[in-house]
Design a binder for this molecule. Structure first.
Ligand SMILES: [Zn+2]
Length: 216
């Protein structure tokens, strides 16, 4: 896998399953990209790739890392109980529990959690309704909805400070047909079968949120 540090043309975001080194490189590149877009401010957000199922093992960004400046040393392996499987002085993100719930419920290959201005504003504006609805938009194709009259609802959950409670709330509304859940005044969890799909889904959601905010 070509790394960004070689100065060569960057490799595409990987499709399919990855080993730990490949996953760490991929998460660093995603952190740099999303960080430049302002989606991971002030060390917020967390990104993970599933390395194996049963038992679950994921590569995930450590707590407190500046996502714009991520290096592979900021990526740790965490199991389905939230335990760090590497001999490193880092803790996993407190929000790792949400990743675990989503991996257990839906089995995606990658989960991307970001905090953008657009997803925060729309989650607050639409919270009372419980979802954000998007209908008949071209970018719904990127989320797997190809019908001319496609219509999806992205669920919104309360921003519980108790993270196991937040994880359970996200799991309860997460579905296989809409690969994302908004957390009120906080951010979005988006996922996909691999890093390539998760990135496409997240970019589609963020585009649609900005579009809706401009339209209102
Ligand atoms: Zn967060």
């Amino acid at each position: 896998m070509t790394t960004a540090s070689t100065g060569q043309t960057p490799a595409p975001i990987a499709q399919g399953s990855l080993n730990f080194d490949e996953a760490a490189q991929t998460l660093c590149r995603l952190g740099h990209l999303f960080g430049q877009r302002g989606w991971l401010p002030a060390t917020s957000g967390n990104l993970s790739i599933r390395l194996q199922s049963e038992p679950l093992l994921m590569a995930i960004t450590r707590s407190g890392a500046d996502k714009q400046l991520l290096t592979p040393a900021d990526i740790i392996r965490v199991d389905g109980e939230g335990r760090v499987m590497d001999d490193v002085p880092y803790r996993p993100s407190a929000e790792t529990v949400v990743h675990i719930e989503l991996y257990e419920a839906l089995g995606p290959g990658c989960i991307l959690h970001v905090h953008s201005v657009a997803n925060n504003v729309i989650s607050e504006r639409m919270f009372a309704r419980g979802y954000v609805e998007v209908a008949q938009h071209e970018l719904l194709k990127a989320l797997g909805h190809w019908d001319e009259d496609a219509r999806i609802r992205i669920p919104i959950v309360e921003n519980y400070a108790d993270l196991p409670r937040l994880g359970a709330a996200v799991r309860e509304v997460a579905s296989a047909t809409v690969p994302g859940v908004l957390v009120r005044r906080h951010g979005i969890y988006a996922w996909g079968e691999d890093a390539f799909a998760a990135k496409r889904h997240l970019e589609a959601f963020e585009f649609l949120f900005e579009y809706l905010l401009h339209m209102r």
